[in-house]
Ligand binder design. Structure first.
Ligand SMILES: NC(=O)CCC(=O)C(=O)O
Length: 288
């Protein structure tokens, strides 16, 4: 069974309502993960192990003023809870991201677990969100966070490779191209776009990355909270390799669930074979 080739997975994105109370955030996230696991299994005719996803910065409000107060070491309280719930619910779990404390520095870090509760991946956001749009939004993650320096990918049983980026990472096509070239047919981005860039770019970027790579893209946001210091756009979604949005949340808390059909990736790649038509003689993606 462990070596069975998987050509379909079921993904559930949790568009979580996040508050300034860390303990409540954790309790609430665990309950939503259980609900997402149940919903994935109830909606599915096959016995596929679900992949459940939390948003960026799910145990803390998103803001440079909060990161040091809410930060934890990994392993720590939050990641132990994630590991435990993945094991109890027998799911793959992308545990959104949390502010991580490591060797005197802070990172925006995501962890991933298998159904045995083992940590498969720890990935720190490698493109920090530093923008300044006059009169709209200024945000400088690099004032307090350090960037990660490695790619994020993991494998589910059956050999299925999944790529992982965090939010602003989606704006850098080379990162996704590299993950796809390494065999990832689904790229997942826990993210928290805002009320300025969200309506303009959130869906466009997902559809763009889906087309560049002829892969599935899933992006999971916190729910919108207009009273928070940073208001997330919401609209968690999954886009297929053709560039169609196959499922999308509104702005409020929600669990959205869909099947990812990996044969669809192969058929789109066959129909429009850009993957084999690259002009490596005039440009190249360098794998550092
Ligand atoms: N949390 C983030 O990285 C936000 C990215 C974002 O909003 C963007 O426009 O890019």
């Amino acid at each position: 069974m462990a070596n069975r080739v998987i050509n379909k997975i079921r993904i559930a994105l949790i568009q979580l309502a996040v508050t300034s109370n860390k303990d409540n955030n954790l309790k609430h996230a665990m309950s939503m993960i259980s609900q997402a696991a149940m919903k994935s299994r109830a909606d599915s005719a096959d016995s596929i192990t679900p992949l459940v996803v939390l948003p960026e910065c799910f145990n803390s409000p998103y803001g440079t003023q909060y990161f040091s107060e809410y930060a934890e070491e990994i392993p720590g309280k939050t990641t132990q809870m994630l590991s435990q719930i993945a094991k109890e619910e027998k799911i793959y779990l992308i545990g959104g991201s949390i502010p991580e404390k490591r060797e005197g520095k802070l990172y925006n870090t995501a962890t991933v677990y298998n159904p045995q509760g083992e940590m498969l991946l720890k990935y720190s956001k490698c493109h920090l969100f530093d923008i300044d749009i006059p009169g709209k939004i200024r945000f400088q993650e690099s004032e307090v966070l350090s960037p990660g320096n490695q790619l994020g990918m993991f494998e589910m049983s059956g050999g299925l490779k999944i790529g992982l980026g965090i939010c602003y990472d989606i704006r850098f096509p080379e990162l996704s191209l590299l993950l796809a070239r390494k065999g990832c047919k689904l790229l997942v981005f826990p993210g928290a776009f805002n009320m300025t860039t969200g309506p303009a770019h959130w869906e466009l970027l997902q559809r763009g990355r889906a087309l560049d790579n002829q892969s599935y893209i899933a992006a999971c946001s916190p729910a919108r909270d207009t009273k928070a210091t940073y208001t997330a756009w919401g609209h968690s979604s999954v886009v297929d390799p053709w560039g169609d949005v196959i499922i999308k949340a509104e702005e409020t808390e929600a669990i959205i669930c869909t099947d990812i059909d990996l044969d669809r990736v192969d058929s789109v790649r066959q129909q429009i074979p850009v993957q084999t038509q690259k002009r490596n003689d005039i440009y190249q993606l360098k794998d550092c």
